[in-house]
Design a protein. Structure first.
Lengths: 400, 400
């Protein structure tokens, strides 16, 4: 009948142990414009000054500031439109290099143009409306930090330097579903496999990579072991869903154990998600996730993703967080981490959050009916009272 | 010399006028597992009950609750492990259908197994540890709202229903850079084109679609007009960067005007980003963005994206917002909207934000050196004082 998981390892211990072991995953050199949503492997610095020469930052006239020192409303200085600033004014557009001999730019709105003459009504200091050499980026400025999540402005800054390739983290991930009862969602005659696809899209969303999907494996320790062994050869992370339950179907965890991993854990103080199994062998990370979608999500979010982030130094973009008042008590079992699904709505105190009452870790609708999650007990809290202020992670906008 | 943009249309007016005109863009039917990060065109509801039959939510024994009414610590009820609940107990795993005649499930941790017998130490009510029919999803439950941004749990819920295709918004977007001085970043001998690539990756990040890139067009009204006309035939949105300055190079705005658009605006009360030009013709949206990266970003974020969201009813995922104290005055010109780039850091009051002092809208490094933006003046504010609390949008984590 299998054994209850009596020895549960605390979430923080699991993260510590595995993030220390995990090596840098596969890396790929990408065209900069295709690297959006990937993580940079390394720091990248500016190799040139931008702008490389002084430039006008608006449309107007470049002049020598000395020539207009005496300009005033009542006695404007009149300069001829010419190609030299010695005695004249040179028309410039935004972005034009500043011609030699000119040291200031007067905006078009500030002058009066009459035929070939420009009237100037006040003095302008040297450097007015001029971008200095290196004002935007100076040689040596950091453009990407190690582990940076690449956004559109990073791309513009890299390209402004003529940097057109960037090395990004691209872990090779294998995923298989286990369970003799399963069929793919487009097939009939069994229980539809949804958890492996949840895991697949979770990792694609987080890392910007396409995992390698190996299909459904029946409940057979040897077949699961064969999958792990085969996938080990050319993947960094090898995942199964299902077969890590506390019941009779511990096949995937047993398969990991039979490979004699250098590090191993089965049973994490996390709910939902207790049956999580992790192994580390020859620089590869073997993961046995729950077959239940919310439990698998909890294992991914609270443990696996934290291991990736810490091991690889990923600078994940900030999450949408919101401070809310609890509408009822939230119990936390000693030393456990709980992933609660919440309904957040506007209330007289600002925003309130109601934990959804749920049984079972299969209840995927809780993530649709709710609009936030709360990971409770991360700092050893033993529970939260009605009215306590907590910080949730929003999945969609609060109800107004 | 061109004309200064004296007539600036308020941001909210521009959004109102164009979002009313913009029709639903192109739509594509995608495999559910490939729809992550896209927006659903329509509401999608559950077509089946999940689970379709009552199921065990944990590992243990299914029994008839009546048979264990008298169980206690001192006088446990002993049942034979059998295939019927009439007098026995049936082993079940998490997810097993509940056999006929059984109405409750006792967790494996709650019993003692000896050979072929199970000892039960307390009564369990009917329905214990059993997921009811439709408990997760009932026929008719909403899985996707119209305009929903598709996340991993939506995918799991759709697949649990055997729904394997989903219709998503996939606007056909054309982008060209204009400017005779420009070269592509991988070429030499000119000013590197960065803004068009910023726009390209911004839209890819926001919408999950790959725009169609038409390259660099010289400063020539006819050539730009030809691009707009050609792209109009098979795109929903046609964009140029550059050529919308207040100076002599108004070519792209003039090209839009020459197409006799049904709706048109040039000059928006937004800084940076004043020279934004928008036209609407035959159900298509023509956009002339600034050639300067931060100005283009400001035009996209504060105007264009808001038009898309409102017109198409997109439920954008929540942004990471943070309440911060201003370290200095922030001026706002009357009726103008300003996009400020900020440095947010921990301070004795919680978090503080320092606006970056910048000249020029080309200064892309301000988005790298800062870690947040603040869109000021959206509700007609006329400025903010030192010490005021404002809400910024985080681009990366605050400095600790």
């Amino acid at each position: 009948m299998g054994r209850p998981l009596k020895e549960l390892t605390p979430v923080s211990t699991v993260i510590d142990r595995f993030s220390r072991l995990l090596p840098t995953p596969s890396i790929v050199s990408k065209k900069v414009m295709e690297s959006i949503g990937n993580y940079s492997v390394e720091e990248v610095r500016a190799i040139e000054d931008v702008p490389p020469v002084p430039k006008a930052v608006l449309d107007g006239f470049a002049v020598s500031s000395e020539n207009i020192i005496d300009a005033s409303e009542t006695s404007p200085v009149v300069l001829e439109i010419s190609e030299s600033c010695e005695t004249g004014a040179i028309p410039v557009s935004t972005g034009s290099p500043i011609p030699k001999g000119c040291d200031t730019v007067i905006p078009i709105e500030g002058v009066k143009v009459e035929g070939n003459k420009v009237m100037i009504f006040r003095p302008y200091p040297p450097g007015n409306a001029i971008a200095r050499v290196g004002e935007d980026l100076s040689k040596g400025d950091i453009i990407l930090r190690k582990g940076e999540f690449i956004r559109p402005w990073h791309i513009a800054a890299l390209l402004s330097q003529g940097i057109t390739k960037v090395r990004v983290i691209q872990p090779k991930i294998a995923i298989a579903a286990t369970g003799s009862e399963l069929v793919e969602p487009w097939e009939s005659g069994g229980v539809r496999n949804t958890t492996a696809w949840l895991v697949y899209t979770f990792l694609k969303e987080k890392l910007g990579v396409e995992p390698n999907y190996f299909g459904i494996i029946p409940d057979d320790k040897e077949r699961i072991r064969e999958y792990y062994e085969k996938a080990l050869k050319n993947h960094d992370i090898i995942i199964t869903t299902g077969g890590s339950s506390v019941g009779k179907k511990d096949y995937s965890v047993e398969a990991i154990l039979s490979l004699e991993p250098e590090e191993f854990v089965h049973g994490v103080a996390l709910t939902p998600g207790r049956p999580l199994g992790l192994g580390f062998k020859e620089g590869k990370f073997l993961i046995s996730l729950s077959g239940y979608p919310v439990a698998a999500l909890s294992e991914l979010e609270a443990v696996v993703w934290e291991i990736f982030k810490r091991a690889w130094g990923l600078r994940e973009p900030p999450k949408p967080r919101l401070k809310v008042k609890l509408t009822r008590r939230l119990p936390v079992q000693p030393n456990m981490v709980h992933l609660y699904r919440m309904k957040v709505f506007r209330c007289s105190e600002g925003y309130c959050a109601e934990p959804l009452r749920l049984t079972g870790s299969g209840v995927i609708s809780s993530l649709i009916k709710g609009n936030a999650i709360f990971i409770a007990g991360l700092r050893g809290e033993t529970g939260y009272d009605e009215g306590d202020e907590i910080e949730v992670i929003l999945l969609s906008e609060p109800i107004d």
